[in-house]
Design a protein around this ligand. Structure first.
Ligand code: NOJ
Length: 569
């Protein structure tokens, strides 16, 4: 089926609506937790509850044709008995009607982390009953909105809310308990399958998917130990969401590993696993922001750290999953660019994510989130060039994946306007439009809003057409697999703009004459003076840092080439 490309933006109810106790909405687990602990909260957030019309109009005027938002469960279902709050449904009726009026496709998430507190009180995601309550909630919203919504997602980022709630302990209910991580993950994937089953039983119009958080995994070298660590990290971060939703099975090597480590998985009942198998999704949403670098596990108990303090964060981010892998992000932080929250900016990771997922999953893909969080001063003229650069490069890689055959059908910027970023508060701004939180939540479009508008209008055609200057890179190294892998990655990344040839110590000298730039592998950097003499002053020569080389970081190498060529002009 040929699908219309969706160019939109995404939010979540708790992060933008505000109106936390208005129109008979009941308390969510986030309301309770943030109020009890006196933390910055989403009581008002971006006040989308009252600004929705302006926000949707701005999306349409900004060229967007889709809006991904979530329904607030505690706004719609009042209690454990399943009593419905008609005022909650009425709010979403108006929101959806407004989308249609502006020719915006509503792309609806059923659960984006704001669990009703009455469910947390019975054990939240630890209690399988919550999955059945989710099924009933789905039934209510499918019945009510049928025909008005074509794209539904059961859950947003199961990995993120489960692991933050039960492993890192920085989200409610703030536990640190691995059996709870396992149980919670299982219950959520089961709940998702129940939602999909209900959707089909009720013959609801449209399609239903799941939105996964995706961190593309890279290793620091190619040893068998690193490849194993990468597989574990991929299971940990990505596969248990994507495989389970799309193929109907938890990754079998992950299940074996958990058993081998002595975790009790006997709670998983055959009839539940059958429901998971039979109710796979129609599409998969991928939220990609950053990659993760990993190395083999050495020692220590499981410990996962998160930076919720941005530039004020002082500690390291050393994280370990016992027996599985260690996070090597700290090893890469001088090599790969990152934002003030320590999140790497690596657009090729989106290409790698999309090609990897589509290599084994038949469902169409949507990039359901991607965006740049920054500290920003409010003014009438917010120059967020870094956000434009970030979005442009990610879209470029998404389009390249599409050209290479990946069935990707939409891209949603996180977020259309600034909102409350969970534990990062409102300081971490992602919006194309600024929200002046201190002045009645006034909206002010940033440069990225106008940039996005002009590019959507021509379907990002200019981006696709942009010619890259041809660069001929000669890579001198001591041969071996890693060199050819690095050369191939540079070629892939540079596309038509790059020619790369790798030569060993014996043969390089005859190939220097066509080089625009010569790069030398770290082990044979002693050749640098000889090569400089041979190529003369006009051709830059440099050696690749061992860590860049070891991690086969093609993006860094290309940046290095650009720098060298710029300086040599
Ligand atoms: C993922 C989540 O879906 C969203 O709630 C969050 O605010 C953004 N990413 C940015 O971190």
């Amino acid at each position: 089926m040929k699908r219309k490309m969706l160019w939109g933006s995404a939010t979540a109810s708790y992060q933008c609506e505000g109106a936390w106790d208005l129109d008979e909405k009941v308390e969510s687990m986030w309301d309770r937790y943030l109020h009890e602990n006196g933390l910055e909260n989403g009581d008002v957030a971006s006040d989308h509850y009252h600004h929705y019309e302006e926000d949707i109009r701005m999306m349409a005027e900004g060229g967007q044709n889709a809006y991904r938002f979530s329904l607030s469960w505690p706004r719609i279902i009042r209690d454990l008995e399943g009593n419905v709050n008609e005022k909650g449904l009425a709010f979403y009726d108006t929101l959806i009607d407004t989308c249609h009026r502006y020719h915006i496709e509503p792309f609806v998430t059923i659960y984006h982390w704001d669990l009703p507190q009455y469910l947390e009180d019975i054990g939240g995601w630890q209690n399988i009953e919550t999955a059945y309550h989710f099924e009933k909630y789905c039934e209510t919203v499918f019945r009510h909105f049928n025909g008005k919504v074509r794209f539904w997602s059961t859950f947003n980022e199961p990995k993120w809310f489960i692991f933050s709630g039960y492993m890192s302990g920085n989200y409610p209910p703030c536990h640190r308990n691995i059996p709870e991580v396992i149980r919670g993950s299982y219950n959520v994937m089961f709940a998702s399958a129940l939602g999909v089953r209900k959707f089909r039983e009720m013959k609801t119009e449209g399609e239903i998917g799941l939105v996964a958080s995706y961190q593309t995994i890279y290793g620091l070298d190619e040893s068998t130990e690193t490849l194993n660590a990468m597989r574990h990290a991929d299971n940990y971060c990505n596969n248990w969401q994507v495989d389970t939703a799309c193929l109907g099975e938890f990754p079998s090597d992950m299940v074996d590993k958990l058993k081998e480590q002595g975790y009790d998985l006997s709670f998983a009942k055959e009839e539940e696993l059958q429901i998971i198998r039979e109710n796979t999704v129609d599409f998969i949403g991928i939220n990609y922001y950053s990659p993760m670098y990993v190395k083999p596990y050495t020692e220590g108990e499981t410990l996962v750290k998160t930076n919720n303090q941005g530039k004020n964060y002082k500690g390291d981010l050393r994280s370990v999953v016992k027996g599985w892998f260690e996070v090597a992000n700290d090893d890469m932080k001088d090599i790969v660019p990152h934002n003030p929250w320590g999140m790497f900016v690596y657009p090729q990771g989106l290409y790698d994510a999309l090609t990897r997922v589509s290599s084994y999953v038949k469902q169409p893909i949507y990039v359901t989130e991607n965006g740049y969080g920054a500290y920003e001063e409010i003014s009438e003229d917010i120059d967020d060039q870094y956000r434009i650069d970030y979005i442009r490069e990610h879209i470029r890689y998404m389009l390249k994946a599409k050209e290479d055959g990946v069935d990707v059908n939409g891209y949603f910027v996180w977020s259309p306007f600034d909102l409350y970023s969970w534990k990062n508060g409102c300081e971490k701004r992602y919006g194309l439009v600024a929200v002046d939180f201190d002045n009645d939540c006034r909206r002010i479009p940033k440069h990225s809003y106008y940039w996005n508008k002009s590019n959507i209008e021509n379907d990002f055609i200019d981006l696709r057409k942009e010619e890259k200057q041809m660069r001929n890179i000669v890579l001198v190294c001591n041969g071996g697999m890693s060199t050819s892998i690095l050369a191939n990655r540079i070629k892939e990344l540079g596309g038509d703009g790059v020619e790369v040839n790798a030569y060993g110590e014996q043969e390089y000298s005859q190939h220097l004459k066509d080089a625009d730039v010569v790069l030398i592998g770290p082990q044979i950097r002693y050749l640098i003076d000889d090569i400089r003499k041979r190529v003369g002053e006009n051709v830059p020569v440099a050696s690749i840092e061992p860590r860049v080389y070891g991690a086969m970081n093609a993006q860094k190498v290309l940046e290095m080439v650009d720098e060298l060529l710029k300086d040599s002009k």
